[in-house]
Design a protein. Structure first.
Lengths: 402, 275
């Protein structure tokens, strides 16, 4: 089978530094002609040497941090901006959804916006007319069909916008992070709709930070990091690779070298360790935290510290803080270790930890998902396939006939 | 299974005007024009009536100042007819040019998110001004009858030709300025000024031979709107425009169209990066 998309050595360069306002003024342009020294320019490769093939029916999730080049890649695929080098060979009609409701006009009514937006997305007028009732039904805004869009709530606008897009029928569908918004019920509806699209044999490229929507839609994953492709494989492996990015795992972790934002930082986390390493399902998790003060007296009153345990879907499952227990701590000696112990019925899998520390309501340190740990495969029910059990936690349960 | 031809996206530019692609996107011309017209008259009480009222009010003002007070000659036409016929064609150019020049910036949100041949946007802005022309034209006919103005059959070819010339000029200059405007926002300030200057250079409110200096006349006729306006008035005045003047004016229109669309094509790939 021939690939439907062949992407080879794709690169995109932006020149930054000389453009202060984002666009040039003629004066600057004329000045630069008469100025003999060359201006300081900085080349920035938004994406660099990316190659991969996409086969008909593939559903690929693209992950990466902000600025990794995901959106640029999609923009090139959608022909919005040309690549600096490399090329793409495409063998199907591409429709891209880089934003929901592109071209929506506040003065136009819902009906008018459906037609304009649909047409922009590449639908024929006939096609829109045929699907009009379905679109309307999906959006649930029938009552306001002839009201100008400016009177819609933002949620309604979003639903209308997504409904139009949901009825696109291209061979290749490119979607950028559009599901990050909207209420969860509607999100679910959209994911379901897109899964249908994918199951009908169409090719999908999907960028998202939401792992659960990636999981329900994609089988293959590609990870981008600073413009380069750093992973290409199954979606699960891609997410694992993405999550271990910049995270350390182990029994004892030195936190002094971890990069931090601009916080107060008179008191920071020094060391983290698991007291019962490795961690097993069902066993309480015991963790030790050590701090370091950079103030001579080294005396801090009224600490508020703790951690969050976060799962693969970016959901915080356990949130621990001394504040919740009405316990007061004053930090006096850097050799003190604060021991945290929590019950654990978390499902097997990979988790990450976020640590936070405040002193008298001033943020001193905040380490977002810098530590990861894994609970090996096990379930307390004796079932042979743990993956078939969906629960985020595995509490004991019984089923009896009364 | 594979229905679309193979498309290659690369850094190499393709400067040929793809008629096939424009045809594939033909409905978008309609939708952009339709949207702009709708939006233009939304939440107005008089609605489309404005398209007629605007040139009518202009005509009244110009007739008052130039026809009555200054007694400007008007090629043996009643001054209101003279000025209205000029305004009809001129407005296609003026409003088309202003709209087309700003069209890429006004639609930058769309340009950054969706691909389609960019040429559709300025062309649609010009089509909007053509719609306004049609509305104002509805008033022009009763006006001719009111003044009992004789009209020759040459109108059948002269009027479409005049319209064609003005569209050509508007499109050429509009595309050029639209592309420049994306990159250099200075043109946002240049355009109203340019339109104003061209208005006084074009024979809208006074005939071209009114100016005493031959050099000035040549500058005047180097605007494509000279040909458009004179051709439009020809069935009314029966005075054929000077063939040399006409040639210069038409040539400048063709030149603008070629240069404008070429520059637009050359730069359109990067609109999304600058807009």
């Amino acid at each position: 089978m021939k690939p439907i998309l062949e992407i080879s050595n794709l690169s995109k360069k932006y020149t930054i530094g000389h453009q202060v306002h984002g666009y040039l003024s003629l004066r600057e342009r004329i000045q630069s002609v008469f100025r003999f020294e060359s201006r300081e320019k900085e080349d920035f490769w938004a994406i660099r040497d990316i190659s991969f093939d996409v086969y008909p029916g593939d559903a690929i999730g693209i992950v990466g941090r902000n600025g990794a080049g995901k959106s640029t890649l999609l923009k090139i695929l959608s022909k919005i901006t040309p690549p600096t080098a490399g090329n793409i060979i495409s063998r199907g009609r591409i429709a891209s959804l880089l934003e929901v409701g592109t071209g929506f006009h506040p003065e136009l009514s819902g009906r008018e916006n459906i037609f304009f937006n649909g047409s922009l997305l590449g639908m024929r007028q006939k096609e829109i007319e045929n699907k009009f009732d379905e679109i309307l039904d999906f959006s649930g805004v029938e009552k306001f069909l002839d009201t100008p869009l400016k009177h819609y709530s933002s949620g309604m606008q979003l639903r209308l916008a997504f409904s139009v897009a949901a009825f696109l029928e291209p061979e290749i569908l490119i979607i950028d992070e559009v599901l990050a918004v909207g209420d969860s019920v509607f999100q679910q509806k959209c994911i379901q709709k897109m899964t249908e699209v994918s199951e009908s044999g169409r090719t999908i490229l999907f960028v998202s930070h939401n792992f659960s929507s990636l999981r329900s839609l994609c089988k293959r994953g590609i990870k981008l990091d600073r413009g380069r492709k750093t992973f290409d494989g199954s979606l699960e492996d891609t997410i694992d690779a993405y999550q271990s990015l910049g995270r350390v795992s182990g029994e004892t972790i030195d936190l002094l070298k971890t990069t931090r934002g601009k916080l107060a930082q008179e008191l920071i986390f020094r060391k983290f360790r698991f007291l019962n390493w490795p961690i097993h399902f069902g066993e309480p998790i015991k963790m030790g935290l050590m701090l370091r003060s950079s103030r001579p007296d080294g005396n801090f009153r009224d600490l508020d510290f703790g951690l969050s345990i976060i799962d693969k879907n970016n959901t915080c499952l356990i949130h621990i803080s001394n504040r919740f227990l009405h316990q007061e701590f004053n930090h006096m000696d850097d050799d003190d270790e604060y021991i945290i112990e929590t019950e654990n019925i978390l499902r097997p899998g990979r988790y990450s930890l976020t640590l936070f520390l405040r002193v008298a309501d001033v943020v001193q340190d905040h380490l977002t998902e810098v530590i990861s740990f894994e609970i090996p495969d096990f379930n307390p029910y004796g079932h042979r396939d743990t993956a078939a059990i969906f629960g985020a936690i595995f509490p004991k349960f019984t089923i009896k006939r009364s | 299974m594979i229905s679309e031809p193979v498309v290659v996206i690369s850094s190499k530019q393709n400067l040929t005007l793809s008629i096939k692609e424009l045809w594939r996107y033909r409905e978008l011309f309609y939708f952009f024009t339709w949207r702009d017209i709708k939006v233009k008259y939304k939440q107005t009480v008089l609605g489309l009536l404005w398209a007629i009222l605007q040139p009518l009010l202009m005509m009244i003002i110009f007739t008052w100042f130039f026809g009555r007070t200054l007694k400007i000659p008007s090629e043996n036409l009643p001054y209101p007819i003279f000025v209205f016929s000029g305004l009809l064609v001129w407005n296609v150019f003026a409003s088309g040019l202003v709209n087309a020049s700003n069209s890429m910036i006004n639609n930058s949100a769309i340009i950054k998110k969706i691909y389609f041949p960019r040429l559709i946007i300025p062309v649609s802005s010009v089509l909007v001004s053509l719609f306004d022309f049609a509305m104002a034209f509805v008033l022009f006919i009763p006006l001719l009858m009111y003044y009992q103005q004789a009209l020759s059959w040459t109108a059948l070819w002269a009027w479409p030709l005049a319209l064609f010339v003005s569209i050509m000029a508007t499109l050429g200059m509009g595309c050029w300025l639209a592309a420049l405007n994306v990159k250099y926002r200075d043109f946002r300030y240049v355009i109203p000024f340019l339109v104003q200057v061209l208005f006084f250079l074009s024979p809208v409110i006074y005939p071209v031979f009114l100016l005493p200096y031959p050099l000035l006349q040549y500058i005047q006729v180097s605007s494509p709107m000279y040909a458009a306006i004179e051709l439009f008035r020809f069935p009314l005045t029966h005075v054929a425009p000077d063939p040399i003047f006409l040639t210069i004016s038409l040539a400048s229109g063709i030149f603008l169209l070629l240069v404008g669309t070429f520059y637009f094509r050359k730069t359109e790939d990067f609109f999304a990066d600058f807009a």
